[in-house]
Write a protein that binds this ligand. Structure first.
Ligand code: 26Q
Length: 788
């Protein structure tokens, strides 16, 4: 649609729906009519694409989480009319920037959910028939406020102004059956607009509702109360996203959610397939399903149940089709995140599905006995053992391909986590290093850098082919280009500082180094290491042992799982360290610490564009990939990081000399950890001791001690020095890596002084980020796993 048409569409929508014009509409009304105009514009292409996907072979991405972020700017960008619409609004005294706080579908926790969103974007842009299936949570990830230094959670009512980017499709509703409850799954479809193509992908999110709304018409008290109870119970299923990330919680509602969207999606996929093919014999030729971690693995026995119970297929044939259909992506090496369910609970909730779990299990045992495997081996790998259903084992056994999300992660899966499985089926294992979409993470969030890139390249082809950034390496020694690049960074830093002033009430200086750690709060990600290093450096500056320190602002953004006490203590600690150093006249202007509230996709867009230093400091071998690391790299930050996850490949691409790599590597940790005693370091190294002592000397306020418990900072200290019942002292090697971390951090800090030399490193990072486009990742899946 051309620009004048589009603005007329917005105007007529505003007029007919609200009786207003562009000048006097509220931002919500403006947003609503822009969305309406976009939805009308794409509706024909959307329908055509859905049809096209169904008529050929297609891939379905099943995920508990889709962390979409704001739709309005991205959709206008992908339609190629963002600047025009903004320009025309401005002619009426309005601006797209007024639409910031209206919608933000945050139906995910972090990396895994955002990856799903990036994949949909990339697939749409490259005409790959990929559709998403998930849950339409009423409440997404909680909104975080920092009160008194503590995290507080508030419900995220993301639809409070409506949801003009979705279309409810009652005609495609299905029923999902549990042992003593049947609920209605109603799909809401969101269009995934492909950048510069006719293709529009589909994200189908299921909402749980009561099956029979008519019961409310009965004025009989008993059935009314029952109907209300049934309605509540049904709606609870899609009420809220579980806010845990990388941590298992074996709650029945979670299993209900997993089955809810898995069963609804499969019913839908199978029904659509039969409408076209009339048979299920060719199901696996037409459909491939990617399981985003173990969360939707219950879809495997569910497909078996559908094929056998409902469509009368024999077990072996169904087994073959099911295995051919599914693929499984593992996102974590951490034992506690591999989902396991009590067999009794699963049987109680889903007796017939569980029966298929047992049949699958029996088949596995037979197959293994035939191969001569011993009992212990079989017990270890069996989908069911010790009254537990192990979802990862079922996933590997019952799928065509299993993949990790970065080279080092896949290697660890093969050598460790899934070693026995790799021994059995080496041909099933693949690596698919994660990626991010450059549409949102550069074109949208950093217009200034985008303009520079486009000008130097002579066109904006990089928006669909990120490898072209490599052509800009030739400017790495061009002083004019580097100066312009530095000016862009300064602009983004100023914009961020303005935003932080309004949003968080903190004053930061764009003239300082912006050192940024943004990600979920988790012990393995080691925000505590960053915090301790700040104390270390703070005292170093004060006692004169650290000289010529380049003024630095340390910025943190992170949500903690609401029940994760240690993570919450770290948030409070960072706030307290901020209070200490920000108010000390001796270090004023040198160190500033800010913990921003409610870090989310939209905040990330501002932060990644403004970073000089990207903190990626997980204990080696713990972060499967990381994707924030890629976003910061793409926007020209250097990585201060361990050789973990995708950092390894980032350093490979950009050159290790352009990053700040520190810390023990995976192979080293294997040798170190069995003998590791952090106390030796704490007691022998005065500077480490001094930083650590701050946790227990009583000068930082951890908010008081709940009766019968110890203070939370003291608990952190003890976890580092004494360990706890469930793990050894300093399980994540915070103390062990501290010296090498501080050294690398100070090196980066000193290097920053030579502006041009540092800008060259940043430039080369940006130019080397091509590999980390999710376009590359999705094409790799399409070719080598989905076989599209
Ligand atoms: C499981 C059971 C019960 C409740 C919650 C969960 C749960 C929820 C979310 C378990 C794990 C997650 C999320 C994991 C995640 O985000 N993993 C990240 O995936 C990214 C994309 O591959 C990687 O880049 C990160 O390294 C990895 O941590």
């Amino acid at each position: 649609m051309d620009r004048s048409n589009f603005i007329r569409e917005i105007e007529s929508g505003l007029n007919s729906k609200f009786g207003r014009g562009i000048e006097n509409a509220t931002p919500v009304q403006l947003h609503d009519s822009i969305a309406g105009a976009v939805m009308r514009d794409i509706s024909g292409r959307w329908n055509k694409s859905v049809e096209k996907h169904l008529s050929g072979r297609r891939a379905c991405y099943l995920s508990m989480e889709f962390l979409m972020g704001r739709a309005v700017y991205n959709n206008l960008l992908c339609l190629g009319i963002k600047d025009e619409v903004d320009g025309l609004l401005k002619e009426h005294g309005r601006s797209l920037s007024e639409l910031e706080e209206i919608e933000d579908a945050a139906l995910g926790n972090g990396g895994l959910g955002r990856l799903a969103a990036c994949f949909l974007d990339s697939a749409a842009a490259h005409d790959i028939p990929l559709d998403g299936y998930g849950i339409r949570y009423k409440y997404g990830i909680f909104r975080q406020a920092i009160e008194n230094g503590f995290q507080r959670e508030y419900a995220d009512d993301w639809q409070k102004y409506g949801d003009p980017w979705s279309k409810r499709r009652d005609s495609d509703a299905v029923e999902v059956v549990y042992a003593d409850e049947t609920v209605r799954a109603v799909p809401y479809d969101m269009p995934i607009i492909g950048y510069g193509t006719e293709n529009v992908g589909n994200l189908r999110l299921w909402q749980a509702e009561a099956v029979n709304e008519f019961d409310f018409a009965k004025f009989d008290c008993g059935s009314y109360a029952e109907a209300v109870a049934a309605k509540t119970s049904a709606e609870n299923i899609s009420m809220v996203l579980y806010p845990n990330d990388n941590c298992e919680e074996g709650k029945i509602l979670r299993l209900k959610q997993e089955y809810f969207f898995s069963a609804a999606s499969l019913a839908d996929i199978v029904k659509k397939h039969i409408e076209r093919s009339g048979t299920l014999d060719n199901f696996a030729d037409k459909v491939t399903i990617q399981l985003n971690d173990t969360h939707p693995v219950i879809a495997i026995p569910e497909l078996m149940r559908l094929l056998c119970d409902v469509y009368g297929m024999d077990f072996e044939r169904a087994f073959e089709i099911t295995r051919k259909t599914f693929n499984y992506t593992n996102h974590t090496i951490m034992q506690e995140a591999l989902e396991k369910w009590s067999a009794a609970l699963m049987e109680r909730l889903l007796p017939r599905v569980y029966a298929y779990v047992l049949m699958i299990n029996e088949r596995f045992i037979k197959e293994m006995y035939a191969l001569g495997k011993d009992r212990e081996f079989i017990r270890r790998l069996a989908p069911v053992s010790d009254s537990t259903v192990k979802m990862a084992d079922m996933a590997v056994y019952m799928s065509s391909y299993t993949n990790g999300v970065a080279k080092i992660h896949t290697d660890i899966l093969k050598a460790d986590t899934l070693k026995d499985w790799y021994g059995l089926y080496p041909e099933r294992f693949q690596n698919k290093t994660n990626g991010i979409t450059q549409r949102r993470w550069l074109a949208l969030c950093n217009e200034e850098l985008s303009a520079l890139i486009t000008r130097l390249l002579g066109n904006d082809g990089w928006i669909k082919d990120l490898d072209r950034l490599a052509q800009l390496k030739k400017y790495a020694d061009d002083e004019d280009v580097l100066r312009e690049f530095m000016a862009v960074k300064e602009t983004k830093k100023r914009q961020l500082a303005d935003f932080i002033r309004v949003h968080d009430g903190a004053e930061i200086d764009p003239g300082t180094v912006f050192d940024i750690q943004i990600k979920r709060l988790h012990e393995y990600k080691r925000q505590l290491l960053n915090a301790l290093s700040i104390l270390y450096i703070y005292y170093g500056i004060k006692d004169g042992s650290i000289k010529d320190f380049t003024p630095t602002t340390y910025i943190f953004g992170a949500k903690s799982a609401p029940g994760y006490r240690r993570a919450k203590a770290v948030i409070k600690l960072i706030g307290e360290i901020g209070k200490l150093v920000n108010s000390d006249p001796e270090t004023k202007g040198l160190i500033k610490v800010v913990f921003v509230q409610n870090y989310n996709v939209s905040y990330a867009e501002k932060l990644v564009a403004a970073a000089d230093i990207s903190e990626q400091i997980s204990t080696a071998g713990t972060e499967a990939s990381g994707t924030g690391n890629m976003k910061l790299m793409l926007n020209g930050a250097v990585t201060l990081g361990t050789l973990d996850g995708a950092n390894v490949e980032i350093a490979e691409e950009a050159g290790e000399e352009n990053e700040y790599i520190f810390g023990a590597r995976v192979d080293e940790l294997k040798k170190i950890m069995p003998e590791y005693d952090p106390r030796k370091l704490v007691f022998s190294d005065e500077k480490i001791n001094r930083a650590l002592d701050k946790l227990i000397d009583g000068s930082l306020d951890d908010g008081g001690v709940p009766s019968g418990q110890e203070g939370s900072f003291k608990e952190l200290y003890k976890a580092l020095t004494d360990g706890a019942s469930w793990h050894v002292p300093d399980h994540y090697y915070v103390i062990g890596d501290l010296n090498s971390y501080v050294e690398a951090k100070l090196k980066a800090n000193a290097d920053y002084r030579d502006g041009l030399a540092f800008a060259k490193k940043c430039w080369l990072n940006m130019c080397s980020a091509g590999k980390f486009s999710s376009d590359r990742t999705v094409k790799d899946y399409a070719e080598n796993i989905w076989k599209l």
